[in-house]
Design a protein around this ligand. Structure first.
Ligand SMILES: Cc1ncc(COP(=O)(O)O)c(C=O)c1O
Length: 330
């Protein structure tokens, strides 16, 4: 029995879980199941909501009236914080990274609509992100308020609880369908979903591999970042839990040109999955991971061709598609 910290009820869960029949058949490999965490909400869609149930509960419990967080200019995480802040009556301040004057489209449009305060920084200025957080927290303290800092992607020991809880939900999905998947596949960006799932599967004794596809950085970075989050969780919540056997399995072969920049094949994947299964992927995260998974199936990297099961965790990101709609060629 896991002793969860306090959480808010923000995500629409359990999210749907089902078999992608047509795509599985087309690829001729293991059966591909999908966990629809893009359906955790409408404006609050995606993986971040599960993390924010715990992070925002912590913010409220510590008496904060403001939340500061950071990300790329089209960050799904920042959009989720902006919307949930408005829902909970918390002020939200977003520190967004961009080297060009950003157009108010996609997630950024929703950040504005939700009334978030937005500060734009160049990639260079963003290198001092820790200092920026400190300065803004001091600013709100001077005004008599209290600001809670959520790191990029909501990835830290507290945010990880979201995917520890999601692993419990997945266990029920697996039991309902009487499957024991060889892998759970997903996109990784700031490492928190990956770390949470790895720990969640370990704590719930789910015998599967967590296969993360990087959308930035490399596998060595994720090995370090996941370890850091796991260690933070351990020291904060459960020093007696042995996490030494938890090793990140990250594939960095499909990052493409850069974070947020995708080649043609990623847009083709978006079209293929939308037309075949009615599922919308995004060019920054989920389509890169889905493409990587399909390539690895074709190359026989998942065992049990024509048998066995793998699960694709759909982590959301739809609004990011609208920021790159010109790449779809219609
Ligand atoms: C749509 C989407 N998928 C996947 C991820 C990656 O999750 P994490 O940051 O926990 O690695 C993100 C986070 O930025 C995201 O917005």
């Amino acid at each position: 029995m896991i002793d969860y910290p306090e959480r808010l009820n923000l995500a629409q869960t359990p999210t749907p879980f089902y078999l992608l029949e047509r795509l599985s058949e087309q690829l001729g490999g293991p059966r591909i199941w999908i966990k629809r965490d893009d359906l955790t909400g409408a404006a609050t869609s995606g993986n971040k909501i599960r993390k924010l149930e715990f992070l925002l509960a912590d913010a409220l419990a510590s008496g904060c009236d403001t939340v500061i967080t950071s990300g790329g200019v089209q960050s799904n995480h920042c959009r989720a914080v902006a919307i949930l802040g408005a829902q909970l009556g918390l002020k939200v301040h977003l520190l967004l990274r961009s080297d060009i004057e950003p157009e108010p489209v996609g997630n950024l449009l929703l950040d504005h609509l939700a009334g978030a305060t937005i500060s734009h920084y160049s990639v260079d200025e963003f290198r001092k992100l820790g200092k920026l957080f400190e300065e803004w927290q001091a600013h709100y303290a001077e005004l008599g308020g209290k600001a809670y800092a959520i790191p990029t992607g909501g990835s830290n020991g507290t945010g990880m609880w979201g995917y520890i809880a999601a692993a419990e939900e997945l266990l029920q999905d697996f039991e309902r369908h009487a499957i024991t998947p060889q892998a759970i596949v997903h996109a990784t960006g700031s490492g928190g979903t990956q770390a949470g799932l790895m720990l969640g599967c370990y704590l719930h004794q789910i015998n599967t591999c967590i296969k993360a596809y990087a959308v930035c950085d490399d596998s060595a970075y994720f090995a370090r970042k996941v370890r850091q989050d796991l260690e933070q969780w351990q020291s904060q919540y459960s020093p007696q839990t042995d996490i030494s056997g938890l090793i990140a399995d990250t594939c960095d072969a499909y990052v493409g040109p850069a974070y947020g920049v995708a080649d043609e094949e990623i847009f083709d994947t978006i079209k293929q999955v939308a037309a075949t299964e009615g599922i919308l992927l995004d060019p920054v995260y989920t389509a890169k991971a889905f493409f990587g998974m399909m390539e690895d199936i074709k190359q026989g990297k998942f065992s049990g061709q024509d048998s066995g099961d793998i699960v694709f965790l759909h982590t959301g990101g739809l609004f990011g598609l609208f920021a790159q709609q010109h790449r779809l060629g219609y």
